[in-house]
Design a protein around this ligand. Sequence first.
Ligand code: HEM
Length: 400
Amino acid sequence: MHTESPSNALFKSGRHPWQGIRAGAFAGAADTYAIHDEMRRRAPVWQAPWGDVYLTGYDLVSGSLANRKLSHVPPADVMADSDSAIRDWLIYQEGSAHAALRQALQQPFVGKGMPALRLIVAETIEDLMGDSGLSGTTEVVAAFTRAVPERVICRLLGVPDQDMPMVRAWSGSIRALLDTGFDDAFGGANSADEMSCYFVEHLRHLLAAGRMPPLLTGLAGLVDALGLTAAGRNIAFLAFAGHETTVHLIGNMLFHLAHQPAQWAALRADRRLAASAVAETLRLESPVQKICRWPLEPVIIGGQEIEKNRLMVLLVGAANRDPAQFADASRFDLGRAGRQNLAFGRGAHVCIGRALAEMEGVAVLEAALTHWRTIEPVAARWMDNSSIRGLDALALRLTA
Ligand code: HEM
């Protein structure tokens, strides 16, 4: 494969200038987007010296998401002997196995399911933000940007409040694990297995009680089709994917609004812009930064041949800031119209929780607009993770 690799030679003498996008080498890289811009300009299909292939342009990423020659399932050498719970996750299935599982898991998110979810989201926001008196300088990640989606997903899955700290700990640990690479994630017992054991037991209890929480309405069929273990593993995946992303959507959105008083003022003047604020945050600060695929056979992408089983990393965050697609792409602009961003993926595996995530984002923002006249930035700390973009801490000065 020929790939322009202008700076690969430098790697031989030490750290590669673009290494910040690599799992495990991110170190909270503040300059991620500068690296993305340079990659997109100089090598939009880039074979890194460590072997992985990175895609940055919107069209390349979008086309690859829908490319049937690119598999979601890691190659045999990664999967060999793996009994990690992760191997059963919906996202790592293909074909009819994927379609059947997806069908069972997505039921609550479509059609008549959404109003029930909306009610629980509204109640949770009211509980956490309603009369909390949150004002003055507040660390909002702990107070509600993490707390709301975490409590929503637990309520939707019937997890008791007292078990939420465990879900938080497992989720943080899986987030770190997935960022270090597939050998670790699939290699052996890890936090995903622990979390899955919890959800297998949880399912057993729910089935015995004949009481199904809102996200598990298709549960009985799922257990019949997959068995209790694989079903429990997928409910654990739902618990993880169903909040670890939304947490960052909400945090990232408040970060940008706090830094752009004019956009906050526009929202206060017209709350119908709330959905645009959610969409623009998803584009500019995509919570899922990387999506991985493996070619089933040699493929030509962007004029370059990529060999079978090579790990391809689709940099969603870079695609969503492609200036060929989005004018003034690094600007947070609620008035932006135009092409769809790729934050929820595309194709057969497009996010099943999109409607819930967007609804939560809008609902939290509406509550924020009701409670606060102004929000100003005080301090922020980005997470040390190259795959999920979000804040560890965000202190804002809130004026009621
Ligand atoms: C802002 C919030 C969210 C973002 C940015 C996001 C992003 C994504 C992306 C990019 C994918 C596709 C990955 C791929 O193609 O490999 C995906 C898949 C998925 N998401 Fe989300 N997601 C969010 C919220 C949610 C929520 C709330 C749920 C469930 C409650 C959820 C459940 C899932 C599931 C189960 C899949 C796998 C679908 C499949 O493989 O067929 N996500 N998500």
